[in-house]
Design a protein around this ligand. Sequence first.
Ligand code: AMP
Length: 193
Amino acid sequence: MKRLCVYCGSNPGRNPYYLTAARNLGESLATRGIGLVYGGSAFGVMGAVADGITAGGGEATGIIPRDLLKKETPHNGLADLKIVDSMHDRKALMVKLSDGFAALPGGLGTLEELFEVWTWAQLGFHRKPCALLNVHSYYDPLIAFLDQAVEEGFIKAKHRAMLIVENDPEKLIAQLDSYRPPEVERWLDKESL
Ligand code: AMP
């Protein structure tokens, strides 16, 4: 894996362990020579991942829509800041530049990004791994809901199994590295994304 895309909160969360976990993940990426692709912000959980990777000497690429620049401060340690026209362009570029995706604790933006990229994997638009870093059991209720959706016949077990869930950054990276995609009905042309 050359670059990992991280989706995570623009807010820091109520407890300090969210920022600590994000920083640790950033440092682990730097140690392994894996680049970070993310939304580019200097604040919240997003800023902490970027702090971790830049402190460790690794490379962070931020991707931000032009309009968001009016209210967002990009991280000052970025190796590259890509300015795009829209949120849709941002998400498409994040997917294109990355070899895997991990969601850390976050809110609506994080959930939307994770579910979109996981849906694209389910449909066969890409074969890259999707993961949740379940810091301090933050995502336990979501995981329980996903299992309920399988029970109720709305998510296939093989699609549910595509989502890697880990609470330790090192184990998360190891699982992303060893991921093998399941068989899907057919793989689609990624250019059609
Ligand atoms: P949220 O989880 O609602 O805080 O949204 C964070 C996620 O959505 C990040 O992964 C970003 O890619 C994107 N995002 C949402 N709001 C912002 C923002 N103000 N600055 C940068 N990225 C943002």
